[in-house]
Ligand binder design. Structure first.
Ligand code: COA
Length: 334
């Protein structure tokens, strides 16, 4: 949907946090019928970070936000709104946005959580853009954070090896130049994919009980092969379409920032866009799939390394449970 509003939104700061505790592939060799070689070859993951059991998602999000504020040279009193993409909130309610407002000491703000799994960050981002475009909000924090280690079935080799914990955040602010900042987006949902990737227990359909715990219903469940095929098509299509709609070619793009679910999905998306892999942000090898955390964590790391420059076109793309998927085209502004 091309931007017809008077005001654009742009990213003016980034930050991220990953836990210190590293789990390498060898760890799984000790508990599952798997190998470092299989995991590396089939997923691109070498290691991931897990947060300690006593700390929640908001612990990582708070650290990412503090970096955002520090990098921008502002304080919590300057923030108007917090939007959090997560599937691992600290608790079912209150929202992680509320908990973060209190933690960072922001005052008189609004905010909420968005549930879009691996697309959580880009869905939250485009929500934030709407509030900036309304003209009523000047500084919107957008967070993608997940503690996937809290919902992993460690006995399931199909899913346990894939996920890690991380948080990333950005600040959105108004931009008057229509050719700067967030330029375009395509967002999709399709509930026919719900049966392939879910966490059944704990909702109103299957409230927590001894039975739901015994049946391991509070963990991630994924039909890996089906999701893989759907993700390759969904993410590659939407990434290609956003270029087409904006009369851009792969050569115009400085960075593809793909959701980090599987290295083979990332490669397929880059190929479809006509991009070489040196224009693709990748950190799946270090962190695995951190769900809503992957995209902002990538941007923050690459920005900190001095690899993202003013004027760069970035394409952010994701595919996740729901299904949810989409792409964002933006021009980096600082
Ligand atoms: N170690 C060793 N073998 C494994 C394994 C593991 N950790 N996980 C699965 N296998 C086995 C399977 O049991 C299967 O064995 P079988 O042929 O005897 O039945 C075989 O490897 C092939 O399984 P398959 O599921 O076809 O593997 P794959 O190449 O598709 O890789 C995933 C599995 C999960 C890595 C891959 O499907 C994937 O990345 N899926 C999508 C993830 C995603 O995008 N999620 C959306 C956002 S979260």
């Amino acid at each position: 949907m091309q931007n017809s509003a008077r005001i654009n939104a742009k990213i003016t700061s980034v930050g991220h946090y990953v836990p210190d505790f590293v789990i390498d592939n060898k760890f799984f060799e000790g508990i599952l019928d798997t190998s470092d070689e299989w995991i590396t070859e089939r997923t691109g993951i070498k290691e991931r970070r897990w947060l300690t059991a006593d700390k929640p998602t908001s612990f990582m999000a708070e650290k990412a936000i503090k970096q955002v504020l520090e990098n921008r040279g502002i304080g919590p009193e300057d923030i108007d709104m917090i939007i959090v993409g997560t599937v691992t909130p600290d608790m079912i309610y209150p929202s992680t946005a509320c908990l973060l407002q209190e933690k960072i000491g922001a005052k008189n703000i609004w905010g909420f959580d968005i549930l879009a799994a691996c697309s959580g960050f880009i869905f939250a981002l485009i929500n934030g853009v709407q509030f900036i475009q309304s003209g009523n909000f000047k500084k919107v924090l957008v967070v993608g954070a997940d503690k996937m280690s809290a919902i992993l079935n460690i006995q399931d080799r199909n899913s346990a090896i894939l996920f890690g914990d991380a948080a990333g955040a950005v600040l959105l602010e108004p931009e008057e130049d229509k050719n700067e900042g967030i330029l375009d987006w395509i967002m999709n949902i399709d509930g026919s994919g719900a049966k392939n990737l879910f966490q059944l227990g704990g909702g109103s359909l299957h409230p927590a009980s001894h039975q739901t715990v015994d049946d391991r219903m509070h963990f991630v469940y994924q039909e890996g092969r089906t999701v893989f095929k759907d993700a390759v098509k969904g993410m590659a299509d939407v990434s290609y379409d956003i270029l087409e709609e904006n009369n851009l070619k792969g050569k115009d793009v400085a960075w593809l920032v793909p959701h980090q679910a599987n290295h083979r999905i990332i490669t397929a998306t880059a190929e479809r866009m006509g991009l070489s892999m040196d224009k693709v942000m990748v950190n799946i090898n270090k962190y695995g799939n951190t769900t809503a955390g992957t995209i902002p964590t990538c941007i923050s790391e690459y920005w900190q390394a001095g690899k993202v420059n003013k004027g760069d076109y970035l394409v952010l793309s994701s595919f996740g449970a729901g299904y949810t998927w989409g792409s964002v085209l933006l021009k980096w502004s600082y």
